[in-house]
Design a protein around this ligand. Structure first.
Ligand code: HEC
Ligand code: HEC
Length: 304
């Protein structure tokens, strides 16, 4: 608060508190007329004003308020730029509370510091904690059950764009990932794009036009192998997805594959290290790793 504002606020406070005290003193003066008499003021011919004193309790309430406000202005900030003798501030209170919660979180995470991500996935308490972190930070994109949506990968299936090993999952969450597939429309042209799309569908074992797929194959082997591999199984180092399985990030219909090729795809997983801290990242990685184990056990018939 600048000096001028501070003086302005001080003057206002003094005026209000001082004015109230003055008003009290004035009304508490011995009245000239006796109690029960009218003041002599008459309105509308017959409306007269009695000269009765303020009720005692009301007077004391008023005096109490004035004493309280003086005490408050001494102890707490409010009297211009004065900080008050208690040194309290809303910012300080917030900071103290934040530190308290950070300390609780630190102690909670410290219990699990020695465990690896794979161990965390087997620890029921850590998995519960990870589920909460997931609900607060990840569910908006990946869904409350981790099953994802178009453009947001399913974390419970066996297919992993950036790798499903414990350390790969941890790195993905800590540092984020940025997929880079440029648009191929200039290279493939209006005719080549659906042909390559047909070939991709043939790799995935989906219905396709055989002539178009045969025409698309050499283009695929020329351009796409660099990232998706000759067999279409992808490359986790580049985040290039497996094109032969049933799990699709954007979709497997010919129209959607053509759209992927025409527009390019640049999915982004935000880095969560700076957002929630490395300890929380490790615990939520354990939770995600436990989802992966679930998916594998269902895939293999449900046995553990
Ligand atoms: C530079 C590496 C690179 C090249 C070359 C490349 N891709 Fe991709 N592709 C990617 C990446 C990375 C993704 C994942 C994009 C994302 O996650 O947003 C992707 C995604 C896709 C998808 C979407 C898959 C899904 O699950 O929905 C299709 C389809 C695809 N690519 C086909 C092709 C075809 C066909 C070619 C050749 C014309 C090709 N890609 C060339 C890196 C590449
Ligand atoms: C703003 C949306 C968003 C949030 C929030 C988010 N993610 Fe992601 N995440 C994505 C996208 C998009 C991708 C896919 C990136 C790509 O296309 O390559 C992804 C990819 C991933 C992958 C890699 C999947 C694979 O197949 O390799 C993991 C693991 C993951 N996220 C976990 C998490 C966890 C855990 C959190 C919370 C701590 C989280 N994500 C929060 C959007 C998000």
């Amino acid at each position: 608060m600048s000096g001028a504002w501070s003086i302005y606020v001080i003057v206002l406070s003094l005026l209000v508190v001082g004015g109230s005290a003055w008003l009290l003193a004035m009304t508490a003066k011995k009245p000239e007329k006796k109690e029960g008499e009218t003041t002599g003021h008459v309105w509308d011919d017959d409306l007269a004003e009695y000269n009765n004193p303020l009720p005692r309790w009301w007077l004391w309430l008023f005096i109490g308020t004035i004493i309280f406000s003086a005490g408050y202005l001494v102890l707490y900030p409010g009297f211009g730029a004065n900080k008050g003798t208690l040194g309290w501030s809303s910012e300080g209170q917030l900071l103290a509370e934040q530190q308290k919660y950070e300390e609780i979180a630190r102690q909670t995470y410290a219990k699990f510091a020695a465990l690896s991500v794979a161990d965390l996935a087997k620890n029921a308490e850590a998995v519960n904690l990870g589920r909460n972190i997931f609900a607060n930070n990840c569910a908006a994109c990946h869904g409350t059950d981790g099953r994802g949506a178009v453009g947001f990968p399913n974390l419970t299936d066996a297919s992993w764009q950036w790798g499903g090993e414990a350390d790969q999952i941890y790195t993905t969450i800590l540092n984020g990932r940025m997929a880079a597939m440029p648009s191929w429309s200039a290279v493939l042209g209006a005719e080549g794009t659906p042909q390559v799309a047909a070939y991709v569908r043939s790799l995935a074992g989906l219905g396709h036009d055989a002539t178009a797929a045969a025409a698309g194959k050499p283009r695929y082997e020329q351009i796409c192998v660099a990232c998706h591999g000759i067999d279409g199984k992808g490359n986790p180092a580049l985040g290039a997805p497996n094109l032969t399985d049933a799990d699709w990030l954007y979709g497997s219909s010919e129209a959607t594959i053509v759209e992927s090729l025409t527009k390019g795809r640049n999915g982004q997983m935000p880095a969560h290290g700076p957002l929630i801290g490395a300890d929380a990242v490790k615990i939520v990685s354990g939770y995600v790793y436990s989802l992966r184990d679930q998916a594998q056990s269902t895939a293999s018939g449900g046995e553990k």
